[in-house]
Ligand binder design. Structure first.
Ligand code: UT7
Length: 365
């Protein structure tokens, strides 16, 4: 038995504004049929004016802390008191400073350690590994790990490929110190990068290399997100499959012993291909991208929250998490699913509108 970080709370939040494929097809040369067939996505959520990454992160963080409080059998209030906040994001509120301290402050967490991690779509796995390692090393007793992104703010309005895929959202987990024999213990990680591929997924302008010029002419610098989709597709399948095998090897699990794979929700064809590489049936590969698209660092915790709330992730399930993203970066984690009280991160979009859309910010609870 050894010290481990244990998952004890989970929550997620997506902004209320829904943009479906037909809406995109009104101003872009695309169609509902192309997007559904090539990506599996039907609609996505978009942060309206006035909503930024920190707003989404606060909502998801609050729900994860409430989940930890509800889950604790002994009503142990300390389960919702964390001393570390790690925020995975590639769309921080500003380039400087990090967004995590503001999120911690708005959640009323006091002067806890708080910082951002930037690994694009692998960000949540990197943040989880960082927080878990700090808990195991004794630097923290409990942590709030959030993945939040608002890619709608950096997409080129004229780029049909990226606008079809990406959506905004946030998901979060609470980790506490425990033992590796407990359900929820994070048993192993596998993390990698290959900077040779840094131009496959990039926002060229606005950093130290291609500086944002202080001029009103936006043509002076390239602030939009770009992706070489086909190359990324191939690398994502290879690296996520290999990484899941590596993390399972480390704990002596074969992929046939896996109950659920929760992979970064980039494209349904990628998820199916990775599942196939690992000899998993489609029903073992968790998906929610039809409703939310690719939510970057939020995608894994958002998929976890939706699957747990639907009962598709059950206590005792052997679960692998895996992601691939810009950098390029990739990584995986493994755990046995614990008993958690979780509400869905993605409210249903059918029936009456959930929330009036006049001002998204007014709808934050
Ligand atoms: O999240 C981080 C990692 N990101 C990913 O994992 C994304 C990985 N990549 C993908 O998911 C896919 O490559 C895409 C969904 C981005 C693109 O799908 P694809 O099947 O690889 O298409 P493609 O890029 O090879 O393009 C095929 C055709 C092209 O037209 P031509 O050159 O054959 O005439 C594209 O211009 O499809 C066209 N196309 C579209 N057509 C209608 C690209 N996007 C669209 C669109 N609607 N939205």
């Amino acid at each position: 038995m050894s010290r481990a970080a244990v998952l004890c709370g989970l929550g997620a939040w997506v902004p209320p504004t829904v943009v479906d494929n037909d809406q995109l097809a009104r101003d872009l040369d695309t169609s509902d049929e192309w997007i559904r067939t090539r990506t599996g996505i039907a609609r996505r959520r978009v942060a309206g004016p006035g909503l930024s990454t920190s707003d989404l992160a606060v909502e998801a963080g609050r729900r994860a802390l409430e989940s930890a409080r509800r889950t604790a059998a002994d009503d142990d209030a300390s389960r919702s008191q964390v001393d570390l906040v790690v925020l995975a994001t590639s769309t921080p509120d500003q380039p400087c400073p990090a967004t995590a301290p503001q999120v911690a402050h708005r959640l009323g967490l006091g002067t806890v350690a708080a910082f951002d991690v930037a690994a694009v779509c692998t960000g949540f796995i990197y943040a989880l590994a960082t927080a878990a390692s700090m808990i195991v090393a004794g630097c923290a007793r409990s942590a709030l790990v959030i993945g939040a992104d608002t890619f709608s703010t950096i997409l080129d309005p004229a780029d049909r490929t990226t606008r079809a895929i990406f959506g905004d959202g946030a998901g979060a987990v609470v980790l506490r110190a425990g033992e590796d024999t407990e359900p929820g213990a994070l048993l192993a990680f596998d993390l990698h990068s290959d900077g040779a591929g840094h131009e496959l997924i990039t926002v060229p302008g606005g950093g130290a290399r291609e500086r944002a010029l202080r001029t009103d002419d936006e043509a002076d610098w390239n602030r939009y997100f770009t992706m070489q989709g086909r190359a990324v597709f191939t690398e994502a399948v290879v690296h996520m499959s290999d990484s899941v095998r590596a993390v399972l090897d480390r704990i002596g699990w074969h992929s046939t012993r896996l109950d659920r794979l929760v992979a970064h929700q980039a494209n349904l064809r990628i998820l199916r291909a990775v599942g196939g590489q690992l000899d998993l049936e489609d029903k073992q590969v968790v998906t929610n991208l039809d409703e939310v698209g690719n939510t970057v660092a939020a995608s894994i915790p958002l998929a976890l929250a939706d699957a747990a709330a639907e009962g598709n992730l059950r206590p005792g399930h052997r679960v692998a998490l895996t992601g691939f993203g810009g950098g390029v970066t990739w990584g995986s984690a493994a755990l046995t699913w614990p008993s958690l009280d979780v509400r869905p991160g993605t409210p249903a979009t059918d029936g009456a509108p959930l929330i009036h859309r006049t001002d998204d910010k007014e709808n934050l609870s």
